[in-house]
Structure formats: structure tokens, C-alpha cells
Design a protein around this ligand. Structure first.
Ligand SMILES: NC(=O)c1ccc[n+]([C@@H]2O[C@H](COP(=O)([O-])OP(=O)(O)OC[C@H]3O[C@@H](n4cnc5c(N)ncnc54)[C@H](O)[C@@H]3O)[C@@H](O)[C@H]2O)c1
Length: 272
């Protein structure tokens, strides 16, 4: 691989690294010579992912029990990274997602909105990205370089029916990405960058029920998404790897504050 795209000997922290998209990205990064630091709440899931990844590339994967909503956990993590790793080249904020109580059922109206669940979803998707970014970017400021990649969504740009909290949070992730990019580049130099990837629809544990029936056929919503995706299919988790690679590497050295769709054309199609 050429130098511009080289990930060799780089250290990347990934929240949500045991999830569907995070797991795929973590494996891709280690296969390209990087080390990954997986952040998650479940020790069992972390250990099992570490074993899986270290079997593929020995000594490539390190795990940290961290709740991305906890400033205490994250400050402790920052100190551990500083003590045990020479540098942190990047952070990918994948922790997030929707919860059933924050999605209206087809026959429900605004009177049925569950404020508690809506707020929980805003918290995890927004502050679960803001808090690790603010705390861990401090390491990047000290060392003078680093790339942060946030995960947005199609729900940030246009309404996705019945999904309120998740949409509000991901729209806020977009503006946070731009704000933080401006703040870091203008005050701490042109080598600290913040961008976001907006995935289209990828079937994972969180949305499988919403998009597919038990027999594997698509639900009405699944069909409607496919109809509005010019490529006519859902994404495969591996199809985010290339964009994340580009943003974490020096190939994107003049790119900051941008949001990149990886969506099979969903966001550029009018539906007509
Ligand atoms: N799958 C899709 O189609 C899709 C589309 C657009 C955006 N996204 C976004 O991509 C990201 C990853 O999604 P996924 O499909 O891999 O979901 P996933 O559920 O497989 O992974 C999310 C991970 O985040 C972790 N997490 C949640 N709260 C946490 C917390 N407080 N602290 C630490 N970890 C926490 C979960 O344990 C899980 O491992 C999410 O932000 C999601 O919103 C997914």
C-alpha cells in the first residue's frame, strides 16, 4: 500500500467496536497493519472480540471497559492510553443506535412519543460521540495530530418517518463534527481533523427486525428503503471500511468538517 494510505503502526480507538459496523472496521484496520483499542461496556463481548481479532492478527487488539457516556471512564482511558501507548492516531465513534421505545409504531401519533426513551437515544448518539471526542482529542492536541471519524446517518438530513430522537441526535452529530473540526484546526493546527460518515442502510442487530421478516423477506419499510436506494440493495458492513480508511489516513490530509454518504445513492435520489 502507498504511504498516503498507510495505517501501519497506527493506533485507533473505536467505541462500539464489538458491534456490527465497528467489528468490521476493527478487523479491516488490523488487517492493514494498525492496532485497535476497542471501547465497550461489556467485558465478555470485548474479550470475545479481542480473541477473534488477535487470532487474525496477533497482538493487534486491546480492550477497555468504558461507557462512552462517562467522563470518569473516559478520563481514565485517556491516562491509560497516554501511559501505555505512544500515540493515538485516530478515534472512530461508533457507539450509538436507536431503541424500540424511541420509534413510534405505525399506528401511533405524536401523543405517544416516549420522552424518556427519546432522550436516552439523543444522549447515547450525541453525547456518546461528543464526550469521547472532547476528552480523547486532548491527546491529539498534545501530540499535534489525529483523525476523528463520527458516524452520522441518513436520518440526519431528511425525515425518516416515526424516528425522532435518533434523527435529532444524528443531525446534531453533523454540526458537532463541523464545529469540532473548526475548533481543532483553527486553534491546534492542520493535522487534527474531524469528519463524519453517514451510512445508508446496513442490516445489523439493531434494525434487522425493522427491515426483514423472520423468513428473510423484507418488511414494508425494508422494501421502501430498497425502492429509494438506486443500487437496489442494503449495504454490507465491509462497505464502510474504505471510507473510514481514507478519513483515518494521510490521503485525506486537507479534509476536515465534512460528512460523507456511503449509501448506495439513497441521499441523492428524489424517489421519482
Ligand atoms: N446499521 C446501520 O444501518 C446504520 C446506519 C446508519 C448509522 N449507523 C450507526 O452506526 C453505528 C454502529 O451501528 P451498528 O449497526 O454497528 O450497531 P451495533 O448495535 O451493532 O453497535 C453499536 C455498539 O455501541 C455500543 N454502545 C451503545 N451504547 C454504549 C455506551 N454507552 N458505551 C459504550 N458502548 C456503547 C453497543 O454495545 C454496540 O456494541 C451507530 O452509531 C449507528 O447509529 C448504523
Amino acid at each position: 500500500m502507498n504511504e498516503l494510505l498507510s495505517l501501519k503502526d497506527k493506533n485507533f480507538a473505536l467505541s462500539g467496536g464489538t458491534g456490527t459496523l465497528g467489528g468490521s472496521i476493527a478487523q479491516y484496520l488490523i488487517e492493514n497493519g494498525a492496532k485497535v483499542l476497542l471501547l465497550g461496556r461489556s467485558e465478555d463481548k470485548l474479550k470475545s472480540k479481542q480473541t477473534e481479532l488477535n487470532t487474525i492478527v496477533p497482538n493487534s487488539t486491546f480492550i477497555f471497559k468504558v461507557d462512552v457516556m462517562s467522563e470518569v471512564d473516559l478520563k481514565e482511558l485517556k491516562n491509560k492510553i497516554k501511559a501505555d501507548f505512544d500515540h493515538l492516531d485516530g478515534l472512530v465513534n461508533l457507539a450509538g443506535g436507536n431503541i424500540p421505545g424511541a420509534t413510534l409504531k405505525p399506528d401511533q401519533t405524536i401523543r405517544d412519543i416516549e420522552m424518556n426513551d427519546t432522550q436516552k437515544v439523543v444522549d447515547i448518539n450525541l453525547f456518546g460521540t461528543v464526550t469521547p471526542t472532547v476528552i480523547l482529542s486532548d491527546l491529539m492536541v498534545e501530540q499535534g495530530y489525529g483523525s476523528i471519524v463520527n458516524i452520522s446517518s441518513m436520518a440526519a438530513k431528511q425525515t425518516i418517518s416515526r424516528v425522532l430522537g435518533y434523527s435529532m441526535a444524528k443531525a446534531a452529530v453533523d454540526i458537532f463534527t463541523k464545529w469540532m473540526a473548526n475548533e481543532l484546526a483553527s486553534k491546534h493546527g492542520d493535522k487534527i481533523r474531524v469528519n463524519a460518515v453517514a451510512p445508508g442502510f446496513f442490516i445489523g442487530n439493531q434494525n434487522r427486525r425493522l427491515l426483514t421478516n423472520e423468513d428473510g423477506s423484507f418488511t414494508e419499510r425494508g422494501n421502501s428503503i430498497i425502492k429509494n436506494t438506486p443500487m437496489g440493495r442494503f449495504g454490507d458492513a465491509s462497505e464502510l471500511n474504505g471510507m473510514v480508511h481514507y478519513l483515518l489516513s494521510d490521503a485525506s490530509s486537507f479534509v476536515t468538517g465534512s460528512i460523507f454518504d456511503v449509501d448506495g445513492g439513497f441521499s441523492s435520489f428524489s424517489g421519482v
